[in-house]
Design a protein around this ligand. Structure first.
Ligand SMILES: Cc1cc2nc3c(=O)[nH]c(=O)nc-3n(C[C@H](O)[C@H](O)[C@H](O)COP(=O)(O)OP(=O)(O)OC[C@H]3O[C@@H](n4cnc5c(N)ncnc54)[C@H](O)[C@@H]3O)c2cc1C
Length: 389
């Protein structure tokens, strides 16, 4: 712990983790009138995955469950600057899902149907339309392209700053460099946390610890599925505008977008043994570079400018684990986030509603914390991730 004002002996809601999940929840709670919210983070400002991501906001996926949830989040993103009173710099540049295999083309056709049923605007692009939307793409490799005009990107630094400022304006107290060491129970429910020797009582404790979610759940005495996983990204040196929308190359587990500065930012996933290193990994960079080069040959001229990695928590079905813990009153979880930047506004909104009103919204219900023990995973085939076998 570093110098800061003494921590209070009690609060109403204590959130462990001040990444975008913890901050979005704190804001949504404060907006609903909850006072005495305390957010504690062991690390530094934006030190977790929330300061290290690819910044893509995908407004829909391939399953109806993910699509309903992320479409709600995308709608909230569109109005977030006004709500927070700070510019989150959302750029609604669209998002194209690209398939190369015939089986992926079929998936994208089914995905279009799901979007239609969910009321989401998406379009299967014919070759002429694809050339218009993504002129630099190696079209001869593409079997199908599904375009979502309402999705986009929002830089994580702008979003994190906006959430933090808005929280502070509403009186939320946020402390970094403050590790929670234990979760206390009393009379069969969660009663607070300990920071070193200090006890902080709380009516509600929310674990939003990102990659440390398993360790935190263990502190709270509950099992939690999933494991920490490293994701890596890189930026290419600026080039002239080549890529308009955000792009997912589904068959290559690869995503990218081009920033306003002209840098192409993104990554490709290579199944790695779970690890906690944030060091550069040549095989991952090579796989990303190969995917870029084969699909956007003009990027062959650009050099890699920088690389970084971050750790996320991955659940068995890649979906978030969100809601009240079914057996420990007072304990709530926000974990399993591999698309937690995109999902943060909806997660904050729906989890705050569950905490304040006790209502489990139907968009959140499929992602219940105990779905694996009930045998109810959510199947989502349209993501660019794979489990380590
Ligand atoms: C390279 C990369 C690319 C990505 N690209 C995208 C993308 O394009 N779109 C997208 O939507 N998502 C993306 N993600 C995922 C996204 O960044 C995460 O899902 C999201 O940031 C998770 O937010 P969080 O608040 O749960 O976790 P974090 O931001 O990791 O925050 C968790 C916090 O909990 C704190 N903590 C842990 N243990 C304790 C403790 N004992 N006491 C106190 N504090 C504790 C940590 O210090 C940490 O700050 C990407 C991630 C990476 C790494």
């Amino acid at each position: 712990m570093i110098d800061h004002l003494p921590l209070p002996p009690r609060c109403s809601v204590l959130i462990v983790g001040a990444g975008i999940q913890g901050l979005s929840l704190a804001f949504s709670l404060a907006e609903r009138g909850v006072r005495d919210i305390l957010v504690l983070d062991a690390g530094y400002w934006q030190g977790g995955a929330s300061g290290r991501n690819g910044t893509l906001i995908r407004g829909a996926f391939s399953s109806s469950e993910w699509t309903h949830f992320f479409a709600h989040s995308n709608r909230l993103w569109l109005g977030l600057s006004r709500r927070l009173g700070e510019n989150v710099m959302y750029s609604r540049r669209g998002y194209s899902m690209i398939g190369e295999r015939d089986s992926t083309a079929e998936l994208l056709q089914r995905t279009r149907e799901v979007h239609r049923e969910c009321g989401i605007d998406s379009q299967l692009l014919d070759p002429a339309q694809l050339r218009h939307v993504l002129p630099a793409l190696a079209h001869e490799r593409v079997s199908a392209a599904l375009h979502l005009p309402d999705s986009g990107v929002a830089p994580h630094h702008a979003a994190m700053y906006a959430f933090r400022k808005a929280c502070e304006r509403l009186g939320v107290r946020i402390e970094y460099r403050t590790r929670v060491d234990a979760v206390d129970h009393s009379a069969g429910r969660v009663s607070g946390v300990r920071v070193g020797q200090q006890r902080i009582q709380a009516d509600t404790v929310v674990l939003a610890g990102g990659a440390d979610s398993n360790a935190l759940a263990q502190m709270a005495g509950v099992p939690l599925e999933g494991y920490p996983m490293r994701l890596e990204a890189m930026a290419l040196e600026p080039t002239r505008p080549l890529i308009g929308p955000a792009v997912a190359l589904l068959d290559r587990l690869c995503y990218m977008h081009q920033t306003a500065r002209g840098e192409v930012v993104g990554g490709a996933e290579v199944a790695e043994r779970p690890q906690d290193s944030l060091a550069a990994d040549v095989p991952v960079m090579a796989a990303t570079a190969r995917a870029y080069l084969e699909m956007f040959p003009q990027l062959g001229q650009a050099r890699i400018l920088r690389q970084w990695a971050g750790l996320v928590h991955i659940s068995p079905d890649f979906g978030p684990m969100l809601g009240a813990h079914p057996r420990v009153p007072g304990l709530f979880i926000s974990a399993g986030w591999c698309y937690g930047h995109a999902g943060a506004p909806a997660a904050g909104d729906l989890l705050a509603r569950a905490i304040v009103e006790g209502v489990v919204d139907e968009r959140m219900q499929p992602f219940a914390v105990d779905r694996f023990e009930r045998g109810c995973p959510v199947v989502e085939p349209g993501i660019v991730l794979s489990h380590f076998e």
